[in-house]
Design a protein around this ligand. Structure first.
Ligand code: 4AD
Ligand code: MG
Length: 460
């Protein structure tokens, strides 16, 4: 008997087939006529398969009538056309219960997302977390498809590194030194005794290494876990998140913007096309505009706005902000939200930021006050992409590094990329979780990654 996933068993094509399905019980209802309805879900889709369990089954009284939400089952039987709202149902010939689920916490009422975070081991069995997992999977496929179809090379950049790409000092240290022992002996840390012979960290970005490959192979991307020891407890920050970073030789900032816009639209389009049932769920339960909002964005053009103009808009808009704005300050999320939600109500690409608030690697503009930075802001989430054209001129790069008190020696290899066959190049980073937040309408970033890492949380 063929094992098939519920997603296939629910299609009219399956009618007449004898099949075996395996999954978890969502509900059981007993009819007065002496049979039971079971709703089975196996994670292959949002919808359940309805199973008719007749009293004639050998274990009907002894087992089937004891089945509760959360039990795991294998069911063999025949797919029939259904008279209910779904296309098909399964008429069971045999039901095997693998595991009972007494006192299953997800049995009864709907729980809040906060509560479900305490049950990271069980929350994927809910409709919402199943849908999020499938949309996240789809986004990862789309990321690879988009870049692979366009001739990009997938490069694996290291997780452990000695350099702080963003220069923000938000790195987790990696060491094999016995810190307890050093502390007990009141000793200074000597990194020449450490595993890598130097202070090492978890990466905050694969960009610098991606630049090495882009300046040899043209168009590359890296996609992997990224770590930031930012002590911010917000709905948009994680200590461990996934970032996709394309890096392109011979690209200028406008090429970079075009690519970012096409890329985001592709992610949104694929989610709508390939996760319809899940997207409908988000529209019904999480955010009523989830689907229409994406459709509108796919058909529109992103606003492109220089930082200097954005400041002028914010200064004259008449809103009172908690943090005052003026030229030279970094934008707070309230400012980003004003621009993308109130003023334009669509994604906004802000570019040409002051050099003083952006990392050393961004290309300095002719005005010498601004750099070729770009941030993509979207309604509801704020910054979803950060990127730039890179400084390819060695003398200016070194000037910028000194300006930011960086140790030039430590970046010798990065500087040599400018010494040997330097090229204009650009790239950006998309935070996967922020993209999933935007697609699904989920308000807290902790709910769009299977196992969120935030200050004080690493249990599961
Ligand atoms: O703007 P960021 O810091 O840019 C970089 O790291 C560049 N090196 C990328 C590049 O040009 N290759 O981070 C990029 C994106 C942000 O826009 C945001 O979506 C996400 O990464 N991000 C986070 N997501 C979740 N939690 C955090 N703590 C994040 N920090 C950044
Ligand atoms: Mg940024």
């Amino acid at each position: 008997m063929e094992k098939i996933p519920v997603v296939k068993a629910r299609l009219a094509d399956a009618i007449g087939q004898s099949v075996c399905i395996q999954g978890w019980i969502r509900t059981r209802r007993d009819s007065k006529a002496g049979f039971s309805f079971l709703e089975v879900n196996d994670g292959s889709c949002m919808g359940n398969l309805q199973v008719i369990a007749d009293a004639a089954l050998a274990n009907y009284e002894s087992e089937v009538k004891r089945i509760t939400t959360g039990c795991s089952v294998t069911i063999e039987g025949q797919i029939k056309a259904s008279e209910g709202n779904q296309a098909t149902e399964l008429l069971a010939a045999r039901i095997l219960v693998h595991g009972w689920a007494e006192d299953f916490p997800l049995q009864k009422k709907r729980h809040t997302f906060e509560k479900l975070r305490e049950w990271a081991h069980l929350r994927p069995r809910t409709n919402a977390f199943g849908a999020i997992a499938r949309v996240r999977n789809q986004a990862c496929r789309s990321i690879h498809n988009f870049f692979q179809e366009d001739g990009f090379l997938y490069v694996h950049t290291p997780i452990i590194t000695a350099s702080d790409c963003e220069g923000a000092g938000e790195m987790f240290r990696v060491t094999t030194l016995d810190l307890d022992k050093l502390a007990a002996q009141n000793k200074q840390v000597d990194y020449s005794f450490d595993f890598f012979d130097r202070p090492s960290y978890l990466t905050v970005s694969g960009q610098l290494e991606a630049e090495i490959y882009a300046t040899a192979l043209g168009k590359v991307y890296t996609f992997g876990p990224t770590f930031r020891a930012e002590n911010s407890n917000t709905s948009r920050h994680l200590a461990e998140f996934w970032m996709v970073e394309p890096e392109m030789a011979f690209f200028e900032l406008t090429d970079n913007m075009d690519l970012a816009e096409q890329f985001l639209k592709r992610l949104f389009r694929d989610a709508l096309d390939n996760c319809q049932e899940d997207m409908d769920f988000f529209a019904q339960r999480i955010e009523k505009d989830a689907v229409t909002r994406l459709e509108k964005i796919i058909d529109s053009e992103f606003v492109r706005l220089p930082y200097t103009e954005a400041i002028a808009i914010l200064e004259s808009c008449g809103e009172t902000f908690e943090y005052p704005v003026s030229w030279g300050t970094d934008l707070q999320s309230e400012h980003e939200r004003y621009l993308t939600e109130t003023k334009f109500n669509c994604p906004v690409i802000l570019y040409d930021y002051p050099r003083s608030i952006k990392p050393f690697y961004m290309r300095v503009n002719d005005d010498e006050r601004t750099v070729r930075a770009m941030d993509v802001l979207v309604p509801g989430v704020g910054e979803i992409i950060g990127g730039s054209q890179r400084e390819e001129r060695l003398d200016i790069l070194e000037l910028r590094m000194k300006e930011q008190n960086l140790d030039l020696e430590a970046y010798w290899w990065y500087r040599e990329l400018r010494k040997f066959g330097t090229v204009p190049h650009a790239g950006f980073g998309l935070g996967l979780e922020r993209a999933i937040q935007f697609i699904t309408g989920m308000t807290n970033i902790r709910d769009v990654i299977p196992f969120p890492r935030t200050p004080g949380n690493a249990e599961f």
